[in-house]
Write a protein that binds this ligand. Structure first.
Ligand code: GLU
Length: 434
């Protein structure tokens, strides 16, 4: 692809980039103003309930000891236990954990689940540790959190760089701290476990599947379909991988991919199966994939396409690239991928944004199914799971559309209003102790 550097972008005077917590609070405040949220409830929801920071030691394979920093922020539990993932990434800090926990409160509320919101993780690059070190890190982190998590209190799940295997270690460690006769009652302390260890059929693909359901709902709202639509994908972890599988099933064409190793493009389409096979032999990276052109990262979001799926980290779409986007819709597979400034630029440019708290809610909805399955001693089939997930997401989309008409506002603000209203109602009906 030829890129004319003169076209690269308008040079924008950049302010200090927005932090993730600042972003979620701006989203919250916009909705709270418009819906005229009860002022007392607003005060409560403007700050997380609990913030836990733990420093814990782990023995490396060479016998030396390293201290790790772990976080768990519990934003709100008015509707039920705190719920949300744990991520292993260098960007995990208190600002990120707060922001992500807050988004979880709105995500679970919008989905109509009996949960609040929490999030956490460990500030590490997991690629620098061996599997046995990651097992000790995960177990020791779980032990450090102690009874700050629990099956009816706060239920972690996978997020960026955390896997079903790690969830199994969390369950096993947590259960091992309980008395023998109590142990089996605690398997639902964590969701996203491997199927053999109490996990749910389909939980692995649930977030990516949900992103594609969200896009299908968007398409039918626009009287079109995904067939033949070209899309670019940022991030090819669990969410990106499964989203591309279901996009392919729906006839959409992958034309660009970006991961930590670089960006690639092929206007004729990149076959996801070929790409995954290549990645398996290339330490999980897309770099140097033969059937696409490499391109500088800064041109990625400006590629010709109909749909953008950011499925990596927060604040990836910002003032630097929001003017360059050619797509008609952005489906937020990641949490907080569009920062506040970019959000307004995109709305101004009439680009639809399917907001994260709806778009990527398939994961936590399936987590709820897993939790119910464990709690009730049931076994659900993949078909049941995907069918129930699809119908829940369709309900959320209808609610979001309805609120956007009622309040004459964008989809993100509408989604927030729906989510906040449910929590507001709980507080107003229950009152504030004492
Ligand atoms: N980490 C996912 C999210 O951000 C899933 C959370 C869960 O299943 O609890 O929604």
């Amino acid at each position: 692809m030829k890129i004319n550097p003169a076209k690269k972008m308008k040079v924008i005077k950049k302010n200090q980039k927005m932090g993730m917590y600042e972003n979620v609070m701006q989203q919250f405040n916009r909705a709270a103003d418009l819906m005229e949220l009860n002022p007392s409830v607003r005060k409560i929801l403007a700050i997380p309930n609990t913030e836990i920071v733990v420093n814990f030691p782990v023995k490396r394979d060479d016998g030396t000891v390293e201290i790790f920093k772990g976080y768990r922020v519990q934003h709100n539990n008015a509707l039920g236990p705190y719920k949300g993932g744990l991520r292993y990434h260098e960007t995990v800090d208190i600002d990120a954990a707060r922001a992500l926990a807050t988004w979880m409160t709105w995500k679970t509320s919008l989905a109509g689940l009996p949960y609040g919101g929490g999030k956490g993780g460990v500030q590490i690059n997991p690629k620098l540790y061996t599997n046995s070190e990651l097992e000790r890190i995960t177990r020791r982190f779980t032990y450090a959190l102690g009874d700050n998590i629990g099956p009816e209190h706060d239920i972690p799940a996978p997020d960026v760089n955390t896997t079903p295997q790690m969830m199994a270690w969390i369950a096993d460690t947590y259960m091992s701290t309980k008395s023998t006769s109590e142990r089996s009652k605690h398997a639902h302390v964590v969701t996203g476990k491997p199927v053999g260890a109490g996990g749910l059929e389909g939980r692995d693909r649930a977030t990516g599947f949900g992103v594609v359901i969200a896009l299908k709902e968007w398409a039918s709202h626009k009287n079109t379909t995904l067939k033949g639509k070209k899309y670019i994908l940022q991030g090819i972890g669990n969410v990106g991988y499964w989203a591309s599988i279901f996009m392919q099933e729906n006839g959409a064409i992958l034309v660009g991919v970006q991961d930590a190793s670089g960006s690639i493009y092929n206007a004729e389409g990149i076959n996801p199966d070929n790409l995954f096979t290549y990645m398996t032999d290339n330490r999980g990276f897309i770099k140097d994939f033969a059937h696409a052109e490499a391109l500088p990262n800064e041109f990625f979001f400006g590629l010709e396409c109909d749909i953008v799926i950011p499925a990596a980290l927060g604040n990836q779409i910002n003032e630097d690239n929001a003017y360059e986007i050619k797509a008609e819709v952005i489906a937020e597979g990641a949490n907080g991928p569009v920062d506040g400034a970019a959000n307004d630029i995109l709305l101004e440019r009439n680009i639809d944004i399917i907001p994260d708290i709806f778009c990527n809610s398939g994961g936590v909805i399936a987590s709820y199914f897993e939790w119910l399955q464990n709690r009730n001693g049931e076994m659900w089939t993949m078909e049941e799971v995907l069918e129930k997930l699809e119908s829940k997401m369709k309900i959320s989309f209808k609610k979001l559309l309805k609120a956007s008409v009622k309040y004459n506002t964008d989809w993100r603000t509408a989604a927030f209003i729906e989510a906040i209203s449910r929590v507001e109602q709980a507080y107003l009906q229950r009152g504030i102790f004492p």
